[in-house]
Design a protein around this ligand. Structure first.
Ligand SMILES: CC(C)(COP(=O)(O)OP(=O)(O)OC[C@H]1O[C@@H](n2cnc3c(N)ncnc32)[C@H](O)[C@@H]1OP(=O)(O)O)[C@@H](O)C(=O)NCCC(=O)NCCS
Length: 163
C-alpha cells in the first residue's frame, strides 16, 4: 500500500470513497464529501492523503487548521477519514492516521484534535479529558494529541468548511 498526498486526479475517487464510507454511519449527515471540497476551495486542506492499494484509491484522510479559544496555535483537526467499505478493518485507516500525524509533526505542528469515538482514537494517543470543548458534545469525544508538552485548553473551532 502507498500513502501519498492527493493530486487533482484523485478528487473524484476521494468524493466517492467518502460518501460510501459515511453512508452507513448513523451519526453522519452525509456532508463529509462536500466539507472536503470546501476545505480544498478555501485553502484549508493542510494535508490530504490518499491510500492506494492494488492501484485503486482505498482510503483518504484530511487535516485542517483549528482554532482553540479563537486563536490558531499550530493545532490541526483530523478528519474526515474514510476507508472504502470493502477495505475496512485491514489497517488502512491506522496507516493513514499514523502517516498524517507523522507529517504534522514534521511541519512543526503543536498538536492534533478531533471529534470521534475514543474506542478507536485512544490507540493513537488521543485523549478526551474535557480540556477541549466543542458545542455540546461530551468531553470524551473531543480528543487531542499534543506533539510537545503543552496541553490545550478551551473551545475548539474547525475551519469554516467543517463548521
Ligand atoms: C473509521 C475508519 C476510517 C477506520 O479505518 P479502517 O481501515 O477500517 O481501520 P483499521 O483497519 O486501521 O483499524 C481497525 C480497528 O478499528 C476499529 N474500528 C474501526 N472503526 C471503528 C469505530 N467507528 N469505532 C471504534 N472502533 C473502530 C476496529 O474495531 C478495529 O479494531 P481492532 O483492530 O481492535 O479490531 C473506517 O472504518 C471508516 O471509513 N469508517 C466509516 C467512516 C468513519 O466513521 N470515519 C471516522 C469518523 S470519526
Amino acid at each position: 500500500m502507498e500513502i501519498r498526498p492527493e493530486n487533482p486526479s484523485d478528487y473524484a475517487a476521494i468524493d466517492r470513497i467518502t460518501r460510501a464510507a459515511f453512508a452507513p454511519m448513523p451519526f453522519s449527515e452525509g456532508t463529509e464529501a462536500e466539507c472536503i471540497e470546501k476545505l480544498r476551495r478555501d485553502g484549508d486542506l493542510t494535508l490530504s492523503l490518499v491510500a492506494i492499494k492494488d492501484a485503486a484509491l482505498a482510503g483518504h484522510i484530511a487535516f485542517s487548521p483549528v482554532l482553540i479559544n479563537e486563536s490558531f496555535d499550530g493545532w490541526y483537526g483530523l478528519g474526515p477519514v474514510s476507508v472504502s467499505p470493502r477495505s475496512q478493518r485491514t489497517g488502512i485507516g491506522t496507516a493513514l492516521i499514523n502517516e498524517g500525524l507523522a507529517r504534522l509533526r514534521q511541519m512543526d505542528a503543536q498538536g492534533c484534535a478531533l471529534i470521534g469515538d475514543p474506542a478507536y482514537y485512544s490507540r493513537f494517543g488521543f485523549v478526551g479529558d474535557g480540556r477541549l470543548s466543542y458545542r455540546n458534545l461530551p468531553g470524551r469525544n473531543v480528543q487531542w494529541l499534543a506533539f510537545n508538552d503543552t496541553q490545550p485548553s478551551g473551545v475548539l473551532r474547525y475551519s469554516p468548511g467543517l463548521e
